[in-house]
Design a protein around this ligand. Structure first.
Ligand code: IYR
Length: 222
């Protein structure tokens, strides 16, 4: 065993019936999640985002370094700055940085360089990845598997927000360096995802997409 103090694990073992019921209920809730690009400006009830971020922060991470920071933006002036900077990058992306195959692949989603949702959604969560630890004296400590750790935390955040009854978009207006600048984040924090959060707009429509069948997703050995 390691040299951290160990404590008894708190773990509930369910019956097989309850396990299947819980697994199905979670999958059904997850299956109702859709990326939304038109939001209502209605505010999010107090405390909900904090609880969802608390869930995200339970993700496993390399050497338990918890290499993430979640910036929650509700200030309209900051949202406007984020939108302006994101649209500048996206104009470059749609105007030539993305090749023809990429633009073709995006056509079903009807996206373009205009991102009004960045101002309309009541909150933006920016997930930052701490590529290394910046100590109080300015020295660096190592973090490990930060892409994996922050990817897992982000997935858990999206699941928690969906479970709480909120809609999200997983947005990557690349390169996302402007987010650290606008938000004044330290150099060790790299923007990983920009997640507008809120309720869908009245009459919100989403593309009629199919999910892969389970048989296309699983290869079974045994
Ligand atoms: N970042 C751009 C383009 C974009 C790229 C992919 I891959 C998407 O799945 C969706 C959009 C944008 O947000 O418009």
């Amino acid at each position: 065993m390691g040299d951290a103090p160990f404590i008894p694990l708190s773990f509930t073992r369910h019956t097989p019936e309850i396990m299947l019921e819980r697994a199905k209920a979670f999958a059904d809730t997850a299956d109702r999640r859709r990326s939304v690009r038109t939001f209502s400006p209605d505010p999010i009830p107090a405390g909900v985002l904090d609880e969802c971020i608390r869930a995200a922060g339970t993700a496993p991470s390399g050497a338990h370094k918890q290499p993430w920071t979640f910036a929650v933006i509700t200030d309209p002036a900051i949202k406007a700055k984020v939108r302006a900077a994101a649209e500048e990058e996206e104009q470059e992306n749609y105007g030539g940085r993305m090749n023809d195959e990429w633009l073709d692949d995006l056509r079903p989603f009807g996206t373009n360089s205009e991102k009004p949702f960045l101002e309309i959604a009541p909150a933006l969560i920016v997930v930052f990845r701490q590529a290394y630890e910046l100590k109080a004296d300015g020295s660096r400590g190592q973090n490990y598997y930060t892409q994996e750790s922050v990817g897992i935390a982000s997935g858990m955040l999206l699941a928690a927000l969906n479970h709480a009854g909120l809609a999200t978009l997983t947005h990557t207006p690349s390169p996302m360096g402007f987010l650290g600048d606008v938000l004044g984040r330290p150099k060790n924090e790299k923007a990983f995802l920009l997640i507008p959060v809120g309720y869908p707009s009245e009459g919100c429509e989403v593309p009629a997409l199919e999910r892969k069948a389970l048989d296309e997703t699983i290869v079974r050995y045994g």
